[in-house]
Design a binder for this molecule. Structure first.
Ligand SMILES: Cc1cc2nc3c(=O)[nH]c(=O)nc-3n(C[C@H](O)[C@H](O)[C@H](O)COP(=O)(O)OP(=O)(O)OC[C@H]3O[C@@H](n4cnc5c(N)ncnc54)[C@H](O)[C@@H]3O)c2cc1C
Length: 409
């Protein structure tokens, strides 16, 4: 492909916006099409963690012995509602096939490499743009409640060490409390934790808003409230994206539609194994007294809930449901996040304003995103989707790779 002048990015979640940022820097003329407002898909209320060193995929052999409890317990963070949807079954079977040690190790290696690229690209963005997004670099503690779980974590730590992720350490409960005093109330229920001092957090929605404003000011054309409905293809290429505002022509297209990627991908001849993995979050104002609310990012691995401080608020996120595109927020999921927060940090907030939110992680069975061209798809179409539980973390590295793919096409 000759050097394309005009690239049209489909989708303004964090992945589409990071792509637009990167391509604009590389000198392309960029348009962005988004049916809603930037960051109002899965990126909006996510767990806020930039988890560069802790990338263990969900598809892991340990899932096999957890599966009966995860599927049957009413309090389980995992939920499957079987549907008459071949995509759901195909995804579920591929996920189970990926739950083996070799695939998990390969995914971990690939995600760590992408995360390292992403961190470097994100740091450049922060230095250049200085976006107001409640960024902090206070590290992360992943808590384990039993000796057996801690043992599994030790193995993952050793694997990550051999892959060059060397800054992590196993801590005793007392060492955890020395780092994060707000965990004092939880002391007797922890077996230990993995500490990664270099992890960060930020408000992804604020970052999306800042990116849109900065890019628009630099000449990127945003078509907001405009839905991509299909494509005109000609000679093995996309000639135009058909949208609710009419056809949009460009030299190349980047499909970054999150969990909505699959349907439009299929129209272009590409099977994208991306299924919505629904999650929830609440965001509460915190009590600033010393030791009440955490400053360090915390993951409660038993409940599969993450806690991140974003400014004067605490974001609490979790759950993984295979229930299609159902965007409802059941009261018991919100109560469960409140209960998880009270269990660890009983005095952190008055919990009078919860801001409940739900979002669909664009998940692939292995946890590896789809970045670049696909064999059966049009040659001027690139994919940047399927980032699952790590899209915020991986967005800027993925955008770099899209830049390389466009340049080498
Ligand atoms: C509960 C939860 C917690 C999470 N926690 C973390 C975390 O702590 N750290 C982390 O790194 N990641 C986390 N993630 C994952 C991360 O949020 C996602 O991987 C990431 O947001 C995906 O970004 P995206 O741009 O691909 O998708 P989205 O943000 O969903 O963006 C896709 C965009 O495409 C638009 N769109 C869709 N269809 C059309 C159409 N036909 N026409 C026009 N526009 C369209 C949508 O409106 C949307 O804005 C979490 C996710 C959830 C749900």
């Amino acid at each position: 492909m000759t050097n394309p002048k005009h690239v049209c990015v489909l989708g303004a979640g964090i992945v589409g916006l990071a792509t637009a940022w990167q391509l604009h820097r590389e000198g392309y003329r960029v348009s962005v099409i988004e049916r809603d407002a930037p960051g109002h898909g899965a990126s909006g209320g996510n767990g806020a963690q930039l988890s560069y060193s802790y990338v263990q995929p969900l598809a892991d052999p340990s899932i096999w012995h957890q599966l009966p409890k995860l599927l049957l317990s009413p309090q389980s963070p995992l939920k499957l509602r079987p549907r008459l949807d071949p995509l759901q079954w195909r995804w579920g079977l591929a996920f189970l096939a990926a739950c083996n040690a070799d695939t998990s190790r390969e995914t971990t290696a690939q995600l760590l490499a992408l995360a390292a690229q992403s961190r470097a690209a994100f740091e450049e963005l922060m230095a250049e743009l200085e976006p107001a997004c409640d960024f902090s670099a206070t590290g992360k503690l992943v808590l384990y409640s039993s000796a057996a779980a801690l043992d599994g974590a030790r193995r993952q730590l050793e694997l990550q060490r051999t892959l060059g992720s060397g800054s992590q350490r196993l801590l005793t409960p007392d060492e955890c409390i020395a780092i994060e005093p707000a965990l004092a109330y939880y002391r007797d229920r922890m077996a230990g934790a993995i500490h990664t001092p270099s992890e960060c957090s930020a408000d992804c929605l604020k970052l999306c808003t800042e990116l849109e404003a900065a890019l628009a000011q630099r000449g990127v054309n945003f078509q907001l409230g405009v839905e991509v409905q299909g494509f005109v293809q000609s000679g093995g290429r996309v000639a135009a994206a058909l949208t609710s505002a009419g056809p949009i022509e460009a030299d190349a297209y980047v499909l970054a539609l999150g969990s909505a990627s699959t349907r439009l991908g299929r129209e272009l001849g590409a099977y994208l194994p991306v299924y919505p993995l629904k999650g929830y979050s609440i965001t509460v104002d915190v009590d600033d007294s010393p030791g009440a609310a955490p400053h360090v990012n915390v993951t409660d691995s038993a409940r599969k809930v993450v806690f991140a401080r974003i400014g004067s608020r605490l974001r609490v996120a979790g759950m993984a449901e295979l229930v299609g595109h159902d965007a409802s927020i059941p009261a018991e999921r919100v109560e469960s996040l409140v209960a998880a927060t009270r269990a660890l940090f009983p005095h952190c907030s008055r919990f009078d304003d919860l801001h409940p939110w739900t979002g669909m992680r664009p998940a692939t069975p292995t946890g590896r995103p789809i970045i670049g061209r696909l064999a059966n798809a049009p040659s001027n179409l690139l994919f940047n989707t399927g980032h699952g539980a790590l899209g915020f973390t991986l967005a800027f590295g993925s955008a770099l790779r899209i830049g390389h793919a466009l340049a080498s096409g």
